[in-house]
Design a protein around this ligand. Structure first.
Ligand code: ZN
Length: 427
C-alpha cells in the first residue's frame, strides 16, 4: 500500500447515515421493470446529486430500444468528473431497474425499512445498495484526494434485468463505453463484498409453443388440447432433461455451488383462455400453450448443443405422440465468458483492496446469471471489467431482499481504495 487510506476510510465511515439515507431514497423510487417505471426520476435523482459534487451530468434516452416509449422512457445517466490531469478513467456502472415485487414479503418493499443493521426493500441488494456505496466511495475519494489523476464516471442505467438493451447495450453502441473514454469498469452487482466476479454463465431464453385445436369444452375429444401436449413436454423435461443437466458440472468458479451445474428454469407457462376476463370463463379446448424457458449453460457447453438438446426432445415427442406439434422460438442468448484476466488492473486493484479492508484474500468467482458486463465486453470492447458490490448474491430478486449497512461501508472502502490505486501517479 503506497499511501495511508485511514483518512478516506474515516470520511466514508462518517457518512454512514448519509449512505443509508441515499440507499433508502433510491429504493423509494420504484423502478420496476417491466414496464420500466420512474427511470427518469431515479436517473435525475442521482444526476442532481452528482452535479452538486462537481460531476458533469448527461442523460441519454435509449430511443427506439425495446420497451422505450414516452410513457416509459429508457433514461440513462452518465456522470463524469475530470481531475484536469491526464490519466485513465474508472467507471462505476449500476442498473437502476428492479424486478417485480412478487409475494412473501414481511416488509413493505418500497419503504426501505432499516432494521438490525440492514435495509429491506426491492432493489436494496440488486443493486441500489451497490450504487449508493459507489457514490459515497467516489465522492469521499474526490474530497480527500486532490492529487488524483484521470477521470471518474458513474452511470445509472436502465433495463439490466431485461437484457440491458435500453441501458448499457445502447450506451455501448453510442460510444459511451469505449477505449477512448473508459479504461476500467466496476459494476457493483450483488456478488458479496469479498468476491471479485470475472464473468458469467451463458443464457438461452426460448419460447416453446404447443399447438392444438379449439373446440367446445364439453366435447374435448372433438378438439386437441395444447395444454395436454405441453404437459407431455413437462414430463419429458422431468424424465430426461433435468437429470441430464444435473450431471453437467463446470470448472468455472461459479457461485453459488448449485450453479456449477447446468440449469433450466420454467419462467412462465400460459395456455388456453387468458386470465383477465370479467365473470365466468367460456368453455373451450386450448389451442395454444406457451412456455418460456431460461436455460443457463456452462463454458464447457456449446450454444448449438444446448438448443439441440431441447429440440431433440420435442422432435421425439412428435414421433411418440399423435398430433403433437410445436414451435420453438429463440428469444435471447449470451455465450458464457470469463473475460477478465486475473492480472488485469481492475482485478488486481480490487482484490488487493478487499484483502486490505477485510483482512482476507478475495475470492474470484463467476456469476450464475449474466449482467451488463456482456455488452461492455462485446460491444464496448472493454476487457478490464468486473462485478464487485456489497449485496448478498442469494438475496437478489427474493422477497425481503436486504443489504447489510456494514457491507456497504466495507465495499465503499474497497471501491475507494481500488480507485485510488488506479488513479494515482506513483503506480
Ligand atoms: Zn442486478
Amino acid at each position: 500500500m503506497s499511501f495511508d487510506p485511514t483518512p478516506v476510510f474515516a470520511r466514508i465511515e462518517a457518512r454512514r447515515e448519509e449512505l443509508v439515507a441515499l440507499t433508502r431514497d433510491l429504493v423509494q423510487i420504484p423502478t420496476i421493470n417491466p414496464p420500466g417505471e420512474n427511470y427518469t426520476d431515479c436517473a435525475r435523482f442521482v444526476g442532481d446529486r452528482l452535479k452538486r459534487h462537481g460531476f458533469d451530468v448527461r442523460y441519454v434516452r435509449a430511443e427506439g430500444s425495446i420497451g422505450d416509449s414516452d410513457r416509459y422512457p429508457r433514461t440513462n445517466l452518465i456522470a463524469r468528473w475530470e481531475s484536469g490531469r491526464p490519466g485513465p478513467c474508472v467507471h462505476f456502472n449500476s442498473h437502476i431497474d428492479v424486478v417485480e415485487v412478487g409475494s412473501g414479503w414481511r416488509h413493505d418493499p418500497f419503504a426501505a425499512t432499516v432494521l438490525d443493521g440492514r435495509i429491506y426493500g426491492r432493489g436494496t441488494c440488486d443493486m441500489k445498495g451497490g450504487l449508493a456505496a459507489s457514490i459515497i466511495a467516489v465522492e469521499s475519494l474526490i474530497e480527500q484526494h486532490s492529487e488524483l489523476i484521470g477521470n471518474l464516471e458513474i452511470s445509472a442505467t436502465a433495463d439490466e434485468e431485461s437484457g440491458g438493451y435500453g441501458g448499457v447495450a445502447y450506451l455501448c453502441e453510442e460510444g459511451w463505453f469505449s477505449r477512448s473514454r473508459v479504461d476500467h469498469v466496476i459494476i457493483p452487482e450483488p456478488l458479496n463484498q469479498d468476491r471479485v466476479c470475472l464473468g458469467h454463465r451463458g443464457v438461452w431464453w426460448a419460447q416453446i409453443e404447443t399447438h392444438g385445436r379449439i373446440a367446445h369444452g364439453s366435447m374435448p375429444f372433438l378438439g386437441d388440447s395444447a395444454i395436454r401436449h405441453m404437459s407431455a413436454v413437462l414430463a419429458a423435461f422431468e424424465r430426461d432433461l433435468f437429470p441430464r443437466l444435473k450431471e453437467k458440472r463446470t470448472t468455472m468458479p461459479v457461485v453459488p455451488d448449485g450453479a456449477r451445474e447446468s440449469t433450466l428454469n420454467i419462467n412462465s407457462l400460459h395456455g388456453g383462455q387468458g386470465e383477465s376476463f370479467d365473470g365466468l370463463p367460456t368453455s373451450i379446448v386450448a389451442d395454444s400453450c406457451r412456455m418460456i424457458i431460461d436455460r443457463r449453460f456452462l463454458i464447457e457447453e456449446e450454444l448449438g448443443e444446448v438448443k439441440n438438446e431441447v429440440r431433440q426432445l420435442l422432435e421425439s415427442l412428435r414421433t411418440e405422440r399423435p398430433k403433437f406439434n410445436y414451435t420453438l422460438k429463440d428469444l435471447f442468448e449470451v455465450v458464457p465468458t470469463i473475460t477478465t484476466e486475473r492480472d488485469a488492473p481492475v482485478v488486481r486493484s480490487v482484490a488487493a483492496a478487499i484483502e486490505y479492508v477485510l483482512g482476507k484474500p478475495a475470492d474470484f468467482v463467476v456469476s450464475p446469471g449474466t449482467y451488463d458486463q456482456k455488452h461492455i465486453d462485446r460491444i464496448g470492447r472493454l476487457k478490464d471489467c468486473i462485478a464487485y458490490g456489497p449485496g448478498i448474491l442469494d438475496l437478489a430478486h427474493q422477497p425481503d431482499e436486504y443489504v447489510v449497512i456494514d457491507d456497504m461501508l466495507d465495499s465503499a472502502k474497497v471501491m475507494a481504495l481500488a480507485t485510488h490505486e488506479l488513479l494515482h501517479t506513483n503506480r
